[in-house]
Design a protein around this ligand. Structure first.
Ligand code: NDP
Length: 278
């Protein structure tokens, strides 16, 4: 269990991007009780929250990072993880998290998502900017900040949660495709750069995963449109299926690097080829 505590900041819960994240980091440093600190971003829902649950049950000291502290606190009550409010698009917040840690062996860069499904002819600059910022720059910022600790651990692992959208394009997906291709490129470059150092680098590329918020965020809260994405797909993946893959990856022996894992439901043979039963 993580022994660190949060500052007594009653205004902590439910803050959104741009808040003074520096105030919301743990007062005591982690890692003092031993190795096995895992940092998971995007931990307040979906794949990130499922990964926190699985890593916690495997005995890792898990730092759960996202913007919505209320959700992280619920997860902390359930798993014993350390909830930390971090917006990965905010360098000061990432720096504050880095300062609060004295060790880190696992980094799961999971925070991300898609905004909109507009064709390029109608592309929204702000949506594209936000997708690049969270999926690409967020992954870069977190990795850059925690790399010294990952190296110092002697057996670090970086897991970047990309997407099959980073392996094949689709109409309306260009902004998200571009971001996920970029995140994937970064993953591969990082592995080259770290060759010879004690850090493994893995890409997990999920296909269709029914999480509570991914499509809802993409379609700006339109529940009907979000539900239609998964309608009639037998055995659509759930967050825990991807968490299972992430945890399997990071629990391989030190010399086994899983470069890339593409994980789809059986009913999805390709991004555009989905079997539905109506
Ligand atoms: P969710 O929308 O359920 O979760 C996204 C998480 O990211 C939330 O915890 C959110 O928390 C967090 N997040 C968003 N922006 C930021 C930010 N700026 N800083 C910190 N945290 C942030 O999505 P999923 O669990 O489905 O997706 C997780 C990852 O998997 C994403 O990278 C996504 O692109 C990828 N993926 C998902 C697929 C799917 O079908 N679901 C398929 C392929 C890939 P908060 O709002 O509290 O900050």
């Amino acid at each position: 269990m993580i022994s660190a505590t949060l500052r007594n900041d009653p205004g902590n819960s439910g803050r959104r991007p741009g808040d003074a994240a520096v105030e919301r980091c743990p007062t005591r440093s982690l890692g003092a009780v031993g190795a096995g600190v895992a940092v998971v971003t995007g931990a307040s829902s979906g794949i990130g929250a499922a990964t926190v649950r699985r890593l916690s049950s495997e005995g890792f000291e898990v730092v759960a990072a996202a913007r919505r502290m209320d959700r992280l606190q619920d997860l902390a009550g359930e798993t014993g993880c350390l909830p930390v409010a971090v917006d990965v698009t905010d360098q000061a917040a990432v720096d504050a998290l880095r300062e609060s840690l004295s060790a880190c062996r696992i980094l799961v860069n999971n925070a991300g998502g898609a905004f909109g499904l507009a064709p390029i002819a109608e592309a929204d600059d702000d949506d594209w900017r936000r997708m690049y910022d969270v999926n690409v720059l967020g992954t870069m910022r977190m990795t850059r900040a925690l790399l010294p600790l990952l190296v110092a651990s002697g057996d670090g692992v970086v897991v970047n949660v990309t997407s099959t959208a980073g392996h094949g394009v689709y109409e309306g997906g260009a902004g998200y495709n571009a971001a996920k291709y970029a995140q994937r490129a970064m993953t591969e470059a990082l592995r080259l750069e770290l060759c010879g150092q004690p850090v493994r680098v893995t890409e997990i590329a999920p296909g269709m995963v029914r999480t509570e918020e991914f499509s809802l965020v993409r379609f700006d809260g339109d529940q009907e449109r979000a539900d239609a994405v998964y309608a009639g797909v037998p055995g659509v993946l759930v967050a825990d299926d991807i968490a299972d893959c992430i945890v399997w990856t990071v629990t391989r022996p030190w010399n086994v690097n899983i470069d890339s894992m593409i994980v789809r439901p059986r009913a999805q043979a390709a991004n555009h080829k989905v079997h539905r039963e109506h």
